[in-house]
Design a protein around this ligand. Structure first.
Ligand code: GTP
Ligand code: SPV
Ligand code: MN
Length: 590
C-alpha cells in the first residue's frame, strides 16, 4: 500500500521535500479502497485514537475525541500569506510568505519522526469535471485521512485526472505537539499551498474544506471569473415536478445544514412539495452557457454540528449519521456504545463519558458534548440527497439568500432591489458569534457573505468581484436576506424556524417569479403578512408583523457600525457600496 500511485514529478518532488523536513518513518499513499480504509480504522482503534461504536445500532460508526485545547477553528491563528500585505487585506491576518515558511519549517522539522505520513490525493468536485480542482494533503493523522475519505473524493483516479500537470493544491498537515501557542493555519494563495500545524480539529486540518474550497478557491475564483462561497444549496420540488434551486450563506453554526435538509411542513408535503439537498456548507458558482448562475457542492460529505440535531429539528441529518459516520467530541454512552449530545433527546445516558472522556454526571449541569461537537457523514447516506449531487454541471440558481443571527434589527426576510444592492446586503451582514470558532460566543460582529474568516484575499476586492460577477451574469439570481433568530424580551426565538423556514423560501421563490407584491421599505422589499403562508402554524399574525418590522432607529445605529466596518476593510471598498450605504442612510432618515 505504500507504492507510489503517480509518476507526476511535481507531486513526487514536493512529497520528497516535505518528507525531508518532517522525516516520517514511512509514507503511505491513500488509494480510496474500502480495504485500506478498514485497516486504518482498525489501527486507529488499536491506539485509542478512535472508538468503535455499537455496530448493530450504528454500523461503520466511530467516536473520536480531540485534545481539550483543540475544539474549533482558530481564526486568530489563520493567515493569508501573500507577498504584498495589501493583497491579504485588513480583515485577514498576514505573515510574509518567506518568513512564514521559515517559521513553520522549524515546527515541521522532524514532526513526523517515528510516524507515518499519509498522502491523500483528493478532488473537490466530481473527478474529471470542469468544476473539479485537485489537492494532495500530507498528514500524520489517521483521523484526518478517515475524515477526508468521507468529505472529499479520494483515490488514484484523482492522480490519473491530474496527469503530469503541476496544477494541484499542496497541503501539509502535522499534529506536532498540538501546541496552541504554535498553532498555524497558513495559506499561500500565490503558491497553491496550505500549511497547517499543531491542530487536529475539523476546519483547521481537513484542508480540502475551508482552507482549499473557500480560502484558496475564492482567490482562484477571482482570477478565473467564478465564485467560492460559504453556502448551502437546496432544491425545492413543486407538485408538478419542477425544481428550483436556492443557495444560502449563513455564518458557521447558523443553520446551513438544517435549512439544506429541511422537511416541509405537513400542508406543503400533502400538496406534493419536496426539498432536496445538494450541499450544506460550500458552493462553487459559475456562469452557465444559458446565462444563469450554476452551483456545485465541491464536497462529498457533511461535517455537521451535532448539538441540537434531533428527529424533530433535522431528521434527515440524524438519519444520515446512522451509518459510516465519525462523531467528534460527543458523549459516549457506555451501556450500549452509542453516542449522545445536548438536544438529541430528553434522555441523557446515565453511564457515560463526556467529550473530554471523563465520567459524566448528566445531572450536574455540565455539558456532555462540546457545543461544537460534530458528525462526519457521507452525502450518499442522506435520505434527501438531490439526484443532481453528482451532476458535473451542477444546478441553476434562482435565489441567493444571506442570513445571520440577529436578536433584533434584521427582519425575518427582505429582498434586495438589484444585484448591486444585494451585494451591499451581503457586505453588511452581521451575526452573533458561535462555538464554531474559538473565542467569545454571542457577540455581534460583521460577517460579510458569511465569508469573513474564509476570503483568501482583500475583502474590498472580494466585494468588487461580486459586483463584477453581477455585470457578467445575463440572468442573475435575486438576492434576499433572512433572520430566523429574532428574540423576545426573555431571549426566546420568536420564529419557530427549522422546517417552518420553508414558508419564507416559498415567498422568496414567488418574488423571483414576480407572483407576489411586497412592501417597499428603506432596506428593501418586505412581505405583506398575507403573502406568507402561515397555514397550520400556531403563530399570531401580529407577531409575524413584528418579525417583519423595520426599525429605522436600530438601522441607523447599524449604519454607523457599517461605516466603521467599511473603514476597517479599507481603501478597496468599491464606491458602489458606499453609494448604497449613503442611499440607505438617506432613506432611513426620511
Ligand atoms: P457550520 O457547519 O458551522 O457551517 O454550521 P451550519 O450553518 O451548517 O449550522 P447548523 O445547521 O448546523 O445549525 C447550527 C445551530 O443552529 C444548531 O444548534 C441548530 O439547532 C440551530 N438552528 C438551525 N436552524 C435554526 C432555526 O431555523 N431556528 C433556530 N432557532 N435555530 C436553528
Ligand atoms: C464552520 O465552522 O463553518 C464549519 C466547520 O463548517 S469547520 O470545518 O471546522 O470549518
Ligand atoms: Mn461552515
Amino acid at each position: 500500500m505504500s507504492a507510489t500511485m503517480t509518476k507526476n514529478r511535481y507531486v513526487l518532488n514536493w512529497i520528497d521535500e516535505m518528507a525531508k523536513m518532517t522525516r516520517p518513518a514511512k509514507i503511505v499513499w491513500i488509494d480510496g479502497t474500502e480495504q485500506q480504509e478498514e485497516e486504518l480504522r482498525r489501527e486507529a482503534c488499536s491506539t485509542g485514537e478512535m472508538t468503535k461504536l455499537n455496530q448493530e445500532l450504528l454500523p461503520g460508526c466511530y467516536l473520536h475525541r480531540t485534545a481539550i485545547n483543540d475544539v474549533a477553528r482558530v481564526e486568530g491563528r489563520t493567515f493569508i500569506c501573500t507577498r504584498k500585505k495589501e493583497d491579504a487585506g485588513n480583515i485577514n491576518n498576514w505573515i510574509d510568505p518567506k518568513e512564514c515558511y521559515a517559521r513553520l519549517s522549524k515546527l515541521y522539522d522532524g514532526a513526523m519522526e517515528g510516524k507515518t505520513m499519509y498522502v491523500i490525493p483528493y478532488s473537490m468536485g466530481i473527478v474529471g469535471s470542469d468544476f473539479a480542482k485537485y489537492g494532495i494533503e500530507l498528514t500524520d493523522s489517521i483521523y484526518v485521512v478517515l475524515n477526508m475519505l468521507i468529505m472529499t473524493r479520494v483515490g488514484k483516479n484523482v492522480l490519473d485526472a491530474l496527469g503530469d500537470e503541476p496544477g494541484f493544491i499542496k497541503g501539509l498537515h502535522a499534529k506536532a505537539q498540538l501546541d496552541e501557542e504554535n498553532r498555524y493555519i497558513c495559506h499561500f494563495p500565490e503558491d497553491n499551498t496550505i500549511w497547517s500545524v499543531n491542530s487536529g480539529y475539523g476546519g483547521n486540518v481537513l484542508l480540502g474544506k475551508k482552507c482549499f474550497a473557500l480560502r484558496i478557491a475564492s482567490y482562484l475564483g477571482r482570477k478565473e471569473g467564478w465564485m467560492a462561497e460559504h453556502m448551502l444549496i437546496l432544491g425545492i420540488e413543486f407538485p408538478d415536478g419542477e425544481i428550483k434551486y436556492i443557495t444560502a450563506a449563513f455564518p458557521s453554526a447558523c443553520g446551513k445544514t438544517n435549512l439544506a435538509m429541511l422537511i416541509p411542513p405537513e400542508f406543503y408535503r400533502k400538496k406534493g412539495f419536496k426539498v432536496w439537498t445538494v450541499g450544506d456548507d460550500i458552493a462553487w458558482l459559475r456562469i452557465g452557457r444559458d446565462g444563469r448562475l450554476w452551483a456545485v457542492n465541491p464536497e462529498n460529505g457533511f461535517f455537521g454540528v451535532a448539538p441540537g440535531t434531533n428527529d424533530k429539528s433535522n431528521p434527515n441529518a440524524l438519519a444520515t449519521t446512522k451509518k459510516n459516520t465519525i462523531f467528534t467530541n460527543v458523549v459516549e454512552n457506555l451501556d450500549n456504545e452509542t453516542v449522545w449530545w445536548e438536544g438529541l433527546d430528553k434522555n441523557p445516558p446515565k453511564n457515560a463519558l463526556n467529550w473530554k472522556g471523563e465520567k459524566w454526571d448528566c445531572t450536574d449541569g455540565s455539558k456532555g458534548a462540546h457545543p461544537n461537537s460534530r458528525f462526519t457523514a457521507m452525502a450518499t447516506n442522506c435520505p434527501c440527497l438531490s439526484n443532481k449531487f453528482n451532476d458535473p454541471a451542477g444546478v441553476p440558481i434562482t435565489a441567493i439568500v444571506f442570513g445571520g443571527r440577529r436578536a433584533r434589527t434584521a427582519p425575518l426576510v427582505y429582498q434586495s432591489t438589484s444585484w448591486q444592492n444585494g451585494t451591499f446586503v451581503g457586505s453588511i451582514m452581521a451575526s452573533e458569534t458561535t462555538a464554531a470558532a474559538s473565542g467569545a460566543v454571542g457577540v455581534v460582529r460583521r460577517d460579510p457573505m458569511a465569508m469573513r474568516p474564509f476570503v483568501g484575499y482583500d475583502m474590498g476586492d472580494y466585494w468588487g468581484h461580486w459586483l463584477d460577477m453581477g455585470k457578467m451574469i445575463p440572468n442573475p439570481p435575486k438576492i434576499f436576506h433572512v433572520n430566523w433568530f429574532r428574540t423576545d424580551d426573555e431571549g426566546h426565538f420568536i420564529w419557530p424556524g427549522y422546517g417552518e423556514n420553508m414558508r419564507v423560501l416559498m415567498w422568496i421563490l414567488a418574488r423571483c417569479e414576480g407572483k407576489v407584491d411586497a412592501k417597499k421599505t428603506p432596506i428593501g422589499y418586505v412581505p405583506f403578512v398575507k403573502d406568507l403562508d402561515l397555514e397550520g402554524l400556531d403563530i399570531d399574525e401580529k407577531i409575524v408583523e413584528g418579525l417583519l418590522d423595520v426599525d429605522a432607529k436600530l438601522w441607523l445605529e447599524d449604519v454607523a457600525g457599517i461605516r466603521e466596518f467599511y473603514a476597517q476593510v479599507g481603501s478597496r471598498v468599491p464606491t458602489e457600496l458606499y453609494d448604497e450605504l449613503n442611499a440607505l442612510e438617506d432613506r432611513l432618515k426620511k
